[in-house]
Design a protein around this ligand. Structure first.
Ligand SMILES: [Zn+2]
Length: 222
């Protein structure tokens, strides 16, 4: 899944209003932020296999350290623990932990069975939403609209950057999503990994947007 992860991060702003959107997106996308690094250093593998599922030409052949269920729980504990030490906000830390693990759950809904429960496990899980392009676009699109709606109801722009910056980010996410869905397959795994690193730019962008937005006056934030 792709924009579905961003949907949950956007919606989580309501549950953790003092936490930057950048941190929320980093949590929801942490596994996909680590994955290209692990591919580039050679401990995880992806293959270009058009038709692997209808939605993506990527075959995730080996990614136990970023995308096993156990790894996601450990990354969640590390991430939320670091946040707790830095910010002393237990509720927000729990939201962040849930976001990290939610990535595995959403991926398990969309991928074909390619997700292990723990490194070394032979069994693979995945419900295969990606076998249908229309079902993927509709479900993930609705999820994204819902998450964006919650975020818009929970925050308001402080200035023009807070409005334009957010809508530009939404536009880039949608273009990247449709490009991945309908564009040509990438030439090789390294290209996939390097373009995956752009996710870190999105995180930095979200930190910038958050500084230009404030909690909505009428929002229920408790
Ligand atoms: Zn993923």
């Amino acid at each position: 899944m792709f924009i579905g992860h961003f949907a949950l991060a956007l919606a989580a702003k309501r549950a953790a209003p003092d936490t930057s959107l950048g941190t929320l997106i980093l949590a929801a996308q942490l596994l996909d932020g680590l994955w290209p690094l692990f591919v580039l250093i050679g401990v995880e593998r992806v293959e270009i296999a058009p038709g692997d599922t209808a939605f993506t030409p990527l075959a995730f052949t080996h990614y136990p350290y970023s995308h096993s269920l156990l790894a996601s729980v450990l990354w969640a504990a590390l991430f939320a623990g670091a946040y707790m030490i830095l910010r002393r906000d237990r509720r927000a830390a729990l939201v962040l932990a849930a976001l990290v693990v939610s990535h595995w759950v959403l991926d398990a809904a969309s991928h074909r069975p390619d997700l292990p429960l723990y490194p070394g496990d032979e069994a693979r899980f995945g419900l295969g939403l990606w076998n249908s392009v229309p079902a993927t676009l509709i479900l993930e699109g609705l999820l994204f609209i819902g998450g964006l709606g919650v975020y818009l109801a929970s925050t308001q722009a402080r200035d023009r950057s807070g409005g334009a910056g957010l809508w530009a980010l939404v536009g880039v996410l949608l273009l990247a999503y449709l490009g991945a869905a309908f564009g040509p397959p990438p030439p090789d795994a390294a290209t996939v990994a390097y373009s995956g690193l752009l996710g870190w730019v999105i995180v930095a962008w979200a930190y910038w947007i958050d500084r230009h937005r404030a909690p909505a006056v009428a929002a229920v934030t408790g």
